[in-house]
Design a protein around this ligand. Sequence first.
Ligand SMILES: NC(=O)c1ccc[n+]([C@@H]2O[C@H](COP(=O)([O-])OP(=O)(O)OC[C@H]3O[C@@H](n4cnc5c(N)ncnc54)[C@H](OP(=O)(O)O)[C@@H]3O)[C@@H](O)[C@H]2O)c1
Length: 300
Amino acid sequence: MRAVRYETYGGPEVLHLVDVDEPHAGPGKIRIAVHAAGVNGIDWKIRAGYMSGGSALDSPRGSGMDAAGIVDEVGDGVEGVAIGDAVFGSGIATLAEKAVLSAWAPKPDALSFEEAAGFPIPVETARRILDEVGVQSGQTLLVSGAAGGVGSAVVQIARSRGIDVIGTASERNADYLRSLGATPTTYGDGLVDRVRALAPDGVDAALDIAGSGVIDELIDLTGEASKVLSIADFGAGEKGAQVSTASKDPASAYVEAARLFEAGELRLPVAKTFSLEDAAAAQAAGADGHIAGRIVVTVA
Ligand SMILES: NC(=O)c1ccc[n+]([C@@H]2O[C@H](COP(=O)([O-])OP(=O)(O)OC[C@H]3O[C@@H](n4cnc5c(N)ncnc54)[C@H](OP(=O)(O)O)[C@@H]3O)[C@@H](O)[C@H]2O)c1
């Protein structure tokens, strides 16, 4: 089968489309024929070696963690899914014609494979951080970096829970944020004053998605560091804010996301698709950091 591999850490140019042996579903896992693979920030950060702790790569590695496709192998101990089912979920080396998933959910018929491939990491992260920051129905949440993959999922899941959302994005994404149910404002100088004008009674919690160095402003706005959570600023913990990194119960997050999609409450629009041959360009576009919606690689 064809798969994207890299043999050294580096820029997008280290990615190559090669022929490799098919992977197999071990216990508790499934294998899918991949129709589409989602592109996430973590993909290029791993590929660049930022998560390696300084050690070199000792063998060729696949790239990509999210995908949607048709189940073609079911590992020992797996129940509730059969060969031929359409699913979306997360695993390893998903930029390939076949990939092994460790967490998945049935794909709603009305959800395209491309859009479904963009769901897993954003919806798991969104649900986790909304739970961890502890924001409740009727409260006001500030989301810094609301127009990207995680931000779009956070806004919509929060709205489905009855939470009011103020989201930051560039001016060109203001209407997009409105369409998701958030009140938009721009990021940059004057953020605290703009948010106070939109929420005179204050904000109850704040999420830093973009990792753009705004933890002090978010603490100022919530009045308490513990009501601020970051997924991309690892210095936030030193200021008393929460930092969240570890995936939590992904399969149930995917099931909830499918239910919200079917209820018309969650969409993650595909901003751009690439072919498997152009996976390097897809990751480069994702690393740009100014995408509204999702980048997806179409495989079949
Ligand atoms: N810790 C975890 O568990 C976890 C999980 C998933 C992702 N992440 C990380 O979270 C970050 C976001 O991921 P993503 O998939 O949502 O990224 P993305 O889809 O690339 O979106 C990035 C968004 O950030 C916005 N942005 C850029 N500069 C900004 C600024 N200065 N202030 C506010 N917003 C700004 C952009 O909006 P404009 O285009 O309008 O500028 C864009 O919509 C990445 O660093 C990713 O690696 C962490």
